[in-house]
Design a protein around this ligand. Structure first.
Ligand code: SF4
Length: 349
């Protein structure tokens, strides 16, 4: 361990300034902080709370119902990343639909899905397009390539979200955000500066143990100065302008829309959907999916976990009725979910 890392750890261990709540917005940060044992060394004056930055966790129940409808009623082949298969819908998950004979395939990228569509022209192939600014460009690229290659049996079911709306919705739940570095590699730093001007602080963080320790120490140090702040603590990847090329690609094919966040509700203009001219590639419009007004009636408290109002251990189902083998809510299914992190790495450790 380097001398700098030792000094940073010591600072975080011995911190005795004003109490601070830091929201690690991103599920990857939550898991990495646990995995590196960072929670264990923090002063009692520093609390970490988990936020809404796990794409699977914030995917609403009605989206799963739409995917199940496409698989069972429309006879489509639904292709998706593995985590989504086990997320409960209002009546069943995609795994349940598969058990009833639906075609549900796990793929590793939207490009795999588009390739599958080109190789199976007799099937209508849907890709579940779920994610944040980091993955949306890749989803759009698959649509672009399908148009270029004349593949008409491929479409995407969008539930793509954008982070600035979530920051706005969550800003009163925390003293400072630990901003996800990979998102800001795309969107740049403008939003951090705007939020700081409006009184909300945050630090852009990378993903290694040293980067996380250093971002946390910077957060605590700046917070004790008593003024709103923002800092880019991941400059080797994040620039002020982000990636204009990735944003231009998304803007060409998608437009902003209101988005429903599981357990949180609709946040205005916090999502993107395909523009009207690409409606043939939009599964929702292509297959006239009916409006699902579903409520998920369980004791699952994912919504409060995702807003940092409770920790997973405050949920009465945690580790009992709900565990990774038998997840009740999305936060326990996803590899980036806060509940699965607390379960895997031992709660408040
Ligand atoms: S422990 Fe399970 S039931 Fe409770 S909030 Fe987390 S995912 Fe939902």
């Amino acid at each position: 361990m380097s001398e700098l890392t030792e000094r940073t750890k010591k600072y975080l261990e011995e911190y005795d300034g004003p109490e601070i709540r830091i929201m690690e917005v991103c599920g990857t940060h939550t898991h990495e902080i646990f995995r590196q044992g960072i929670r264990r060394i923090l002063s009692p004056k520093i609390s970490l709370i988990s936020g809404p930055g796990c794409p699977v966790c914030v995917t609403p129940v009605k989206y799963i119902d739409e995917a199940v409808y496409l698989a069972l009623e429309s006879g489509c082949t639904v292709t998706t990343f593995g985590d989504l298969v086990r997320v409960p819908g209002s009546s069943m998950s995609l795994a349940g639909a598969r058990a009833r004979g639906a075609r549900v395939k796990v793929v590793y990228s939207p490009q795999d899905s588009e390739k599958y569509a080109s190789e199976h022209p007799d099937e209508q192939v849907v890709f579940l397009s779920v994610g944040f600014e980091t993955t949306t460009p890749s989803d759009v690229l698959a649509v672009k390539n399908a148009i270029r290659d004349g593949i008409s049996n491929f479409s995407i079911l969008t539930s793509n979200k954008t982070m600035p709306g979530a920051y706005e919705a969550m800003r009163r739940s925390t003293d400072a955000f630990l901003y996800p570095g990979h998102v800001h590699a795309i969107i740049g730093t403008g939003i951090c500066s705007e939020l700081a001007a409006a009184g909300t602080s945050g630090v852009i963080a990378g993903f290694t143990g040293d980067e996380l320790l250093s971002a946390l120490a910077v957060t605590v140090r700046k917070f004790s100065e008593g003024k709103p702040f923002w800092v880019n603590a991941y400059p080797r990847v994040v620039t002020d302008e982000g990636s204009p090329a990735a944003r231009a690609l998304v803007d060409r094919y998608m437009q902003p829309c209101d988005a429903d966040w599981r357990g949180i509700g609709v946040i205005e203009q916090s999502g993107v959907e395909l523009r009207d001219e690409y409606s043939d590639y939009d599964s929702r419009r292509k297959y006239n999916i009916p409006e699902f007004k579903t409520e998920y009636k369980t004791a699952c408290r994912c919504g409060e976990v995702l807003q940092g109002k409770i920790t997973p251990e405050d949920c009465p189902l945690f580790g009992k009725a709900c565990n990774p083998e038998h997840p009740v809510g999305a936060c326990m299914v996803s590899g980036e979910g806060a509940c699965s992190a607390f379960y895997l790495y031992g709660g408040k450790l």
